[in-house]
Design a protein around this ligand. Structure first.
Ligand code: ADP
Length: 639
């Protein structure tokens, strides 16, 4: 709910323009001179051509009495038509360039943003709803790119055009020029004033519209509840208020639009009228020596009428920039967010030193699945240090989430290759936190996690995470086929390798029974499969990547005995030879684990094998008898 609320949120209108921020954004356009240069060049050309065309009008009008007799007259007409055609060509070029620039900018910002999102650590996601991030990358990016591209065009074209018209008027007759220019400030002010209000009321309409849509939705979907609680009258009251507000905003917007154009047109006419009045006087006094022809008079009236369009455009872009300022801040903020979990300079240095060697070694082959033993050669780590992971050790690890209380305090644990560690204990005890720390999704606040005795922060992050195979409680399957989902574990894998991985984890049987086998579409999130089946597919995916450390949060939802057995046997394959951490919910997993840790309040309360812990008659015994025994009973009843 809060996600969608964020998606639809409208920005506050900033009355002060943050020019520094906008410059930063406009600078992105500079990186695309292929589009920016022709855009600016044609904008200037069009402004110049439109002014020149008015001058040509004047020459034609002034030469009208020589019609047909003079060769230059025909030349004027030809030149006039040619320039008009060129202008149209220019308009085509700049619309093309602005469109290109806008789309490419959006593409770049979106790509950079996506890149950043991939790099950022889990803690970043803890504090930001998904909907918020999605709207940054979709609507915000598009909106900003449009403003940058079309804004560049409007600002360049508008300011060049206004300057040229003003210069032409002043050049023709400075007194007339000044009189006409006096209309400019009120014209600019009125344009801005109306544009701003029209924009605000249009946004209000959009806001109410989406709330009304949501209202319809709720009312239709919740109709049973509404009726049983007799809430119809209250709902109608709320709804009526919304539609009334929307009506108000719509009426206001219509009134603003209806007033805007006549007022601006009147101001435009005023400028023309002033030009006509003063120009008329000048034409009449021509015999006194002033060179002011009828053609010049028409030219001045025409020039005076040409202010409206560029001023209107510039006022609009200004209001749009004010309205999009918050979006700009958010996107720039996202792009500027530095990941907190990343490789330090020492690691980068080592990786860089190793790069030439790695290039010589690379033979393009990916490692085969070494599912049953770790005797197969593991590809070298990019930093030249051992790639084989023999131990994972928590040494005095203390951890808390951002602004949260301490979750782990001086936590110690050593796990060796081949060991399966089952974590059990009350919910909120810290099991997931331990696993997230192993994966370096978060880093210890103090103490360290060591891989073969070396702090994992001193190894390349990407390499380390590529050694992890993770299956979550609610495994995520992507849109696409079963095969594609398994291949996600290692993109270069062949179909045979995929099927082999599926066989090893006992997923092959059920997959071939699906209507289209490996090509069955799973639907976004894997909606068409049971949780157990999704876990089996995730095992195959994890196994295909051939991880050295395997991490799993077992599904808690009831799984039928048959799938449970499949999963159990699949797990044995995945666990073999690896370091495994399992947040265990199922008896079968716990029984077979090398070591069971009872985690409570961020500490290891008990540790040992199933038999040892039962014999102790402590926490584990208690958990086992209450929770696990019940589970076993249920399973027995289901059989
Ligand atoms: P378990 O897996 O044993 O249920 P967790 O590791 O999920 O326990 O949680 C341990 C403690 O950390 C709990 O108090 C929980 O509220 C807190 N916690 C877990 N995840 C986060 C998070 N992303 N941000 C803040 N606090 C969290």
């Amino acid at each position: 709910m809060s996600d969608t609320a964020h998606t639809h949120q409208e920005d506050e209108f900033h009355s002060r323009l943050d020019t520094g921020m906008w410059l930063k954004l406009f600078r992105r356009a500079r990186a695309m001179p292929r589009y920016l240069v022709p855009l600016i060049a044609t904008a200037i050309f069009i402004a110049a051509a439109e002014t020149t065309l008015s001058f040509m009008n004047k020459w034609v009008i002034d030469g009208v009495d020589r019609l047909g007799r003079d060769a230059p007259f025909a030349l004027y007409i030809t030149a006039f038509l040619a320039l008009a055609a060129l202008t149209s060509g220019g308009v085509w070029v700049f619309i093309e360039m602005a469109g290109n620039l806008s789309n490419r900018l959006a593409h770049d910002i979106r790509r950079d943003g996506f890149d950043r999102l991939q790099e950022l650590e889990f803690a970043f996601y803890d504090t930001r709803p998904v909907g918020w991030l999605i709207s940054r990358l979709t609507s915000d990016c598009d909106r900003l790119a449009r403003i940058i591209a079309w804004g560049t065009l409007d600002i360049v074209w508008g300011s060049v055009f206004v300057t040229m018209i003003a210069a032409a008027l002043l050049w023709i007759n400075w007194r007339l020029g000044l009189i006409v220019l006096s209309v400019l400030p009120p014209l600019a002010f009125v344009s801005y004033w109306f544009q701003k209000r029209m924009l605000l009321s249009a946004r209000e309409i959009r806001k109410y519209n989406s709330r009304i849509t949501a209202g319809y939705n709720e009312s239709i979907q919740g109709v049973r509840t509404t009726k049983t609680l007799v809430r119809e009258a209250a709902n109608l009251g709320e709804f009526k208020e919304l539609t009334t507000r929307m009506l108000d905003a719509s009426v206001r917007n219509a009134r603003q639009s209806s007033l805007y154009y006549p007022i601006v047109a009147t101001l435009g006419a005023l400028a023309g009228g002033l030009a006509l009045w003063h120009g008329g006087v000048l034409v009449n006094t021509r015999f006194l020596g002033a060179d002011f022809t009828v053609g010049t008079l028409i030219l001045c009236v025409q020039l005076a009428g040409m202010f409206f369009h560029p001023i209107n455009q510039m006022a609009r872009i200004l209001t749009e920039m004010q309205a999009a300022q918050a979006a700009g801040e958010r996107v720039l903020g996202l792009l500027a967010t530095e990941p907190k979990i990343k490789d330090g300079p020492a690691v980068l240095e080592r990786v860089k030193a190793e790069e030439p060697k790695a290039a010589n070694r690379a033979d393009g082959n990916t490692p085969p699945i070494s599912a049953l033993s770790r005797s197969v050669r593991i590809p070298p780590a990019p930093d030249g240090l051992p790639a084989r992971i023999d131990t994972v050790e928590f040494r005095d690890v203390t951890f808390r989430y951002e602004n949260g209380p301490v979750v782990l305090q001086n936590f110690n644990l050593t796990v060796r290759a081949g060991d399966t560690i089952a974590l059990v204990g009350p919910s909120g005890g810290g099991k997931s936190t331990i696993v997230s720390l192993v994966c370096r999704f978060y880093e210890p606040v103090s103490g360290s996690i060591l891989i073969n005795g070396i702090d994992y922060r001193e190894r390349p992050l990407q390499w380390f995470q590529s050694q992890l195979g993770i299956v979550l409680q609610a495994p995520h399957l992507f849109k696409g086929s079963v095969r594609e989902n398994i291949r996600y574990g290692r993109l270069g894998a062949t179909d045979a390798e995929i099927e082999n991985a599926a066989r090893l984890v006992n997923a092959h049987g059920f997959i071939t029974q699906l209507d289209r086998g490996y090509d069955t579409e799973v639907g976004a999130g894997g909606n068409r499969l049971s949780t157990g089946q999704k876990q089996l597919i995730s095992f195959a995916r994890a196994l295909l990547a051939d991880p050295q450390i395997f991490v799993m949060d077992e599904a808690t939802s009831s799984i039928d005995t048959e799938t449970e057995q499949l999963i159990q046997r699949g797990l044995e394959t995945v666990f073999a030879g690896r370091i495994s951490f399992v947040i265990a919910h199922r008896l079968s997993t716990i029984r077979n684990a090398a070591r069971i840790l009872v985690i409570g309040r961020g500490r290891i309360e008990e540790s040992g094998t199933h038999a040892e812990l039962l014999a102790r008659r402590g926490h584990y015994h208690e958990l086992y008898t209450s929770q696990f025994k019940r589970e076993r009973l249920e399973a027995a009843l289901n059989e």
